[in-house]
Design a protein around this ligand. Sequence first.
Ligand code: GRF
Length: 198
Amino acid sequence: MSDSPSTKRIAILISGRGSNMVALADAVRGGSILDAEVALVVSDRPDAAGLEKARQRGIETLVIERLGRTREAHDREIIAALAARKIDLVCLAGYMRILSSEFINTYRGRILNIHPSLLPSFPGLDAQQQALTHGARISGCTVHFVDETLDGGPIIGQREVPICKDDTAESLSARILTEEHKLYAEAVNIVLANRNEN
Ligand code: GRF
């Protein structure tokens, strides 16, 4: 925890395992993401395994479920939680919901997502299987800004991963995930550095 006014406050939104959240939190703690603090982890699912990993790291966690509400009402509760904690940057990390336009407008240019393909190829679900089905020889991962398009916002960074002849969706996903963890921290650093210049 840092009190410096230049310290950027990051919120990470998850729905599941949370390995990218862990990678970001550990990069902040290890000093490879500078001048930042992971101030909050939000999950829309109470059973997300990542919640416990965040708590173990001393990070505040919140479960904000959709509970039959509209997307807009659900997102409004999340926006209020982020605003109350003066969040500067929102990182989606396996967050399995589409954001409302109010959410995107409130944090435009300050919401990042990680996707397990070289966008614009293979947006949407099961990107690794899509790459295999198409016979791609190379895939990878992308960190991009979130806008109204599905996995279509401006790209911040990418890493390539080779596809092997006998790859399954599981083996390819594991190889890509290793690169995701490095890429996400790099991308957050790039975004924070650019914001400091403005
Ligand atoms: C990652 O492959 C990420 O690219 C995708 O969902 C997966 C989340 O994994 N958006 P984890 O929860 O970060 O372990």
